[in-house]
Design a protein around this ligand. Structure first.
Ligand code: AMP
Length: 402
């Protein structure tokens, strides 16, 4: 499938004339705030192009977002301060409306001139949001002529403002959503082969579905981090005191079998950095995965493993990455993660691979390696990215299909 074919599977801002229309735009403004200050504005910055484009085309922009996990209206979780944060980055006023639905919201929307932008109050102040309650969806739909979803990070939830609205109003993907869907499609749905998946992190149990899906889709599956220990144990190796889900060794073997049947090569660490304590700068040494001592724990992949993975990386065209190779928060057990991340970033810079990464800790690990900005695409979505890796349809995305 070509890029344009993938794009055309979804309705985007290219398919609609927004001039003079009331455009309900679902954005992700659930940013970290400390003492009233936004500590990371990545999500705000990500949705600016969509807001700017609609506004410049003469649409009336009505922003919908959730903030935190309120149980009913909660002044501590008002979006009011966030409106000012959006305005300062957008370079134009963003009015705050202290209501999500009802007369106050309707009056504010009715007063909008083309190009103006407002932010409605936290959608989760209403129980109907998370229940996708038809009455709440209808009350929201009254405020707009069209609906634009630019919040991929919440696309795995079928909530009123992330999914319900798409069935009530003509619905389109915003630019941030579009970029995300296209990057993910290029990585797994219609990738250039060979495709490598790198899956690390703590536990097999939290990534079972993801591994099961990936072995069917990729040519090489590199397993690292704590979860690799369960696979090593399944091969009868001693992993000492390492983080290991011994009760899942059978499951690990099933995944290996599934991979074999699908023609997917599994790559496990061949050596490891071991220590006797789980802490930064704990005394450590490199050992073969065949000779981990009883009192030792594997905290990182060793240099031979890094070399092996890096050599494999040079043979593929596409990489999808989730999870670190070791306990990267504790120096020096970040070395394998940093080395492989930089190797992938170098190959991306050289135009030899497409690299896509995502999921909570992965973004932190790639930032730590100074590699995130050099990857082709880094998804800021946690849960939605993981569900996509698991092969699950994302309701918020599905609702935007033609
Ligand atoms: P996840 O959220 O599943 O991606 O797991 C990320 C966490 O796995 C990070 O906090 C790492 O410190 C941890 N981790 C990775 N490798 C190991 C390891 N060998 N032993 C213990 N924890 C690890």
């Amino acid at each position: 499938m070509t890029d344009s074919a993938q794009t055309s599977a979804f309705r985007t801002l290219d398919d609609v004339d927004v001039a003079d229309k009331r455009v309900l735009v679902r954005v992700d403004l659930n940013v970290p705030v400390d003492n009233g200050r936004v500590t990371d504005d990545t999500r705000i910055v990500a949705v600016l192009p969509t807001i700017r484009e609609i506004s410049e085309k003469g649409g009336k922009v009505i922003l919908l977002a959730h903030f935190g996990r309120p149980k009913g209206a909660d002044p501590k979780l008002t979006l009011e301060p966030i409106a000012a944060e959006v305005a300062s980055r957008l370079g134009r006023p963003v009015g705050f409306v202290p209501a999500t639905i009802g007369e106050v919201a309707e009056a504010a929307v009715a007063a909008l001139a083309p190009g103006e932008v407002v932010l409605l109050e936290n959608t989760r102040f209403h129980a109907g949001e998370e229940k996708n309650d038809p009455a709440f969806v209808e009350a929201l739909a009254k405020l707009g002529d069209i609906y634009v979803n630019d919040a991929f990070a919440t696309a795995h939830r079928a909530h009123a403002s992330t999914e319900g609205l798409a069935h009530h109003l003509p619905a389109y993907a915003g630019r941030c959503m579009q970029e995300e869907i296209e990057a993910l499609a290029r990585a797994l749905e219609a990738p250039e082969r060979p495709v490598m998946a790198v899956v690390g992190g703590a536990k097999v149990s939290s990534k079972l579905e993801l591994l099961g899906n990936l072995v069917k889709k990729v040519d090489l599956l590199v397993i690292g981090g704590g979860m690799a220990n369960t696979f090593l144990a399944a091969q009868g190796k001693s992993v000492g005191k390492s983080l290991c889900e011994h009760d899942l060794t059978g499951t690990a073997l099933e995944i290996v079998e599934k991979a074999k049947a699908a023609g997917c090569e599994i790559v496990l660490p061949v050596d490891a950095v071991v220590a006797t304590e789980f802490k930064a700068h704990a005394p450590h040494h490199v050992t073969s995965v065949d000779s981990v001592g009883e009192g030792e724990m594997i905290l990182d992949a060793g240099p031979a493993s890094v070399e092996h993975v890096t050599a494999k990386l040079a043979t593929v065209k596409t990489v999808v990455w989730n999870g670190p190779f070791g306990a990267f928060e504790l120096e020096p057990f970040d070395i394998a993660t940093v080395a492989v991340a930089r190797a992938a970033a170098d190959l991306t810079d050289e135009g030899r691979i497409l690299s896509v990464a995502g999921g909570g800790d992965t973004v932190a690990a790639l930032n730590h390696a100074g590699a995130a900005e050099r990857f082709s695409y880094v998804s800021t979505a946690g849960g939605a990215f993981l569900e996509w890796l698991e092969g699950k349809p994302l309701p918020g995305v599905e609702a935007l299909r033609r």
